[in-house]
Design a protein. Structure first.
Length: 279
C-alpha cells in the first residue's frame, strides 16, 4: 500500500498538472471504485463542469477541491494508481476504472487492479463523518512543526511497542510497514521496544529519523516494491527502494554494522531490522 511519501509525491504532481483544469467528462467502468455513490451517474454529475482549484493530502488520502466546499477524495488502497495522460488517444491501461477528461485536453486515470481503492465526492464539512480514519488522524510528520520535547512526551504517553506506535494513524498520519522499519533502523531502535522505555537521546534520534527518512523518500519519489504497484503520476517507479537499509533485505549485510538483516513477524506483517545495531 502506498504510504505518506508516495501519496505526497502524487499530491505535488497533481498540484502542478491538474490544478486550474476544468473537468469536461467523467467515465466510470464498474461501480466498485465509486461505491460510496448509489450510481455512476450520481458520481459523474458531481464532477463534470467543475474546476480543480487545489490538491491537498490528509494522511494517505488525496483531496482535490472542486468548488462549493466539495472535494474529490482519492484513496489508492492496495494497488491504486493515478496516471496523467496528455491525450485521450493514449492507450487506456487495463483496470482503468475512472477516467477524467479535461476541457483543455488530457486525462486523469484511476487504475486499480484489486479495487480496494476508491474515489468519491464529499462536502468538506462532512469529510470526517465520511472517512472515520480522517476524523481521528494524528500529526502529519511532513506538515506539522513540533519540538522534540513535545514529541517525547507524546511518545512516552503511548505505552506500546515502537513499530505499532509509528503505524498508528491516530498518532502519526501516513506511516506504514516500509517506512516504520526504515525509521527505526535510522534511529537505531528495535521494533519491539516499549515507547515509554526510551531515553531522551533515543527520543531525539527517533524524532530526527522520522523527518529525515520521509523527506528523503519524497526526494527519491517514493518506493516501488517488487509488486511494482506504485508508480508516480507519469507512470514512473520511485527510486527510494534502492536506498532502503532494512526493508525487504533479509539475509543481506547491514549497511551500518555489516551484521545480517533479519525478518520477524509482528502484527501479521514482516518486519525487517538489524538485531545487532538496533537496540
Amino acid at each position: 500500500m502506498p504510504e505518506l511519501p508516495e501519496v505526497e509525491v502524487l499530491r505535488r504532481d497533481l498540484d502542478h498538472e491538474v490544478v486550474g483544469k476544468k473537468i469536461k467528462t467523467v467515465d466510470v467502468h464498474g461501480l466498485r471504485s465509486v461505491r460510496r455513490h448509489k450510481t455512476k451517474k450520481a458520481f459523474i454529475s458531481l464532477l463534470e463542469g467543475r474546476k480543480i482549484s487545489k490538491v491537498e493530502r490528509r494522511g494517505k488520502y488525496l483531496l482535490m477541491h472542486i468548488g462549493d466546499n466539495q472535494a474529490l477524495v482519492v484513496h489508492l488502497g492496495m494497488s491504486g494508481q493515478l496516471l496523467r495522460a496528455k491525450s485521450a488517444r493514449e492507450k487506456l491501461p487495463k483496470h482503468a476504472h475512472v477516467v477524467i477528461t479535461f476541457t483543455q485536453g488530457g486525462q486523469l486515470r484511476f487504475v486499480d487492479p484489486r479495487t480496494f481503492g476508491e474515489m468519491f465526492v464529499v462536502h468538506l464539512d462532512e469529510i470526517d463523518d465520511a472517512v472515520e480514519e480522517l476524523a481521528h488522524l494524528g500529526l502529519d510528520p511532513l506538515a506539522t512543526t513540533m519540538s522534540w520535547d513535545l514529541f517525547g512526551r507524546l511518545v512516552a504517553q503511548r505505552k506500546c511497542r515502537l513499530k505499532a506506535m509509528l503505524m498508528d494513524q491516530r498518532f502519526l498520519a501516513g506511516i506504514g510497514n516500509v517506512y516504520s522499519d526504515e525509521i527505526l533502523f535510522s534511529a537505531g531502535l528495535r521494533f519491539d521496544r516499549e515507547s515509554d522505555s526510551l531515553s531522551d537521546q533515543e527520543i531525539r534520534r527517533l524524532y530526527r529519523a522520522i523527518g529525515e527518512i520521509l523527506q528523503e523518500a519524497v526526494k527519491h519519489r517514493g518506493s516501488s516494491l517488487a509488486d511494482a504497484q506504485y508508480v508516480d503520476l507519469f507512470g514512473k517507479p520511485g527510486e527510494f527502494q534502492h536506498h532502503h537499509n532494512v526493508y525487504d533485505r533479509e539475509g543481506e549485510s547491514c549497511n551500518r554494522c555489516r551484521h545480517t538483516v533479519v525478518r520477524q513477524r509482528f502484527s501479521n506483517r514482516s518486519t525487517f531490522f538489524c538485531d545487532a545495531c538496533q537496540i
